[in-house]
Design a binder for this molecule. Structure first.
Ligand code: COA
Length: 265
């Protein structure tokens, strides 16, 4: 399989995916979503692959969010389609029969945090920073963040982080249960591979059933159920935000590298 925005390799039956746009802090544009979608197909279909890890290229970022330059000029329907596309790819990761973990090597913001949360569990390096700062853009998360962050860290903290656009460091992410381990940047991939090798030594069908059962137990609105109400609501509200003046101001301010001035319109 050939890719343009990610790199992949297989090592001891572990598929390693690295989002590869380091000059844009690995922001998720449409091309990355297409590549990720294909890479997850490869995980599903390639018998050589027993498990996978997702990381980001470069020393600074896992993924610094959805690519904000692609937001310009989207109408409500297009914004909702963008959110739906992201949610669909992330559901595909979450519902993979083979374990997929995130090795978070720096900023995991917005869509980056959402990508990490769609993985079965997460490790991070001690320079990692997590957050859902969409409100700074007059927006809300659209790739499942309102749902998965709440499932992972609880309602109160999820509310606070999303309302304040606050970022949390690796120590706090560990304390909140957002990540399972914190490593140095140098040992992140080795630790991730060590855990996956242990998992790879277990019975694959049992592993796939663990994923299935935990997803049904925790992710009551997962693609396994017909009642995707929380996720559907997020798509609708993401679209609502796109037709506000504040969203235009927030995204313009980011691109013009200035502070946004919100008016409530
Ligand atoms: N979308 C598009 N481009 C992005 C991006 C994003 N989400 N995040 C970073 N970039 C780009 C920057 O525009 C910059 O590009 P340029 O060199 O062409 O100007 C490049 O990546 C480097 O980012 P920069 O902002 O210069 O790095 P920094 O170290 O000063 O700040 C962050 C790092 C992560 C704090 C900052 O990039 C940021 O706030 N990014 C957006 C985070 C966000 O809101 N994500 C949610 C999106 S819905």
């Amino acid at each position: 399989m050939s890719y343009t925005t990610i790199t992949t390799s297989i090592e001891n039956n572990i598929f390693i995916i690295s989002i590869n746009r380091p000059d844009k802090l690995n922001a998720l544009n449409a091309a990355v979503f297409n590549d990720l979608d294909k890479a997850v197909d490869e995980i599903y279909e390639n018998n050589q692959i027993k498990s996978a890890l997702i990381t980001g290229t470069g020393p600074k970022a896992f993924v610094a969010g959805a690519d904000i330059t692609e937001f310009a000029g989207l109408n409500k329907d297009e914004a909702m389609a963008l959110a739906k596309r992201g949610q669909d790819v992330f559901f595909k990761i979450e519902n993979s029969k083979k374990p997929i973990i995130a090795a978070v090597n720096g900023f995991a913001l917005g869509g980056g945090c959402e990508l990490a949360m769609a993985c079965h569990f997460r490790l991070c390096s001690d320079n990692a920073k997590f957050g859902q700062p969409e409100v700074n853009l007059g927006l809300i998360p659209g790739y499942g963040g309102t749902q998965r962050l709440t499932q992972l860290i609880g309602k109160g903290k999820s509310m606070e982080l999303q309302m304040t656009a606050g970022l949390i460091d690796a120590t706090e992410a560990l304390k909140l249960g957002l990540v399972n381990y914190v490593t140095t940047p140098e040992t992140l991939l080795d630790k991730s591979k060590e855990i996956l090798q242990l998992i790879n030594s277990k019975a694959p069908i049992a592993i796939s059933k663990i994923i299935e059962c935990i997803n049904v137990a925790i992710v009551s609105d997962s693609a396994y159920t017909n009642g995707k109400s929380g996720y559907d609501k997020e798509i609708e509200c993401f679209g609502d935000c796109f037709v506000t003046e504040d969203m235009k101001e927030g995204t313009a301010a980011f691109l013009e590298k200035r502070k946004a001035v919100f008016t409530g319109k």
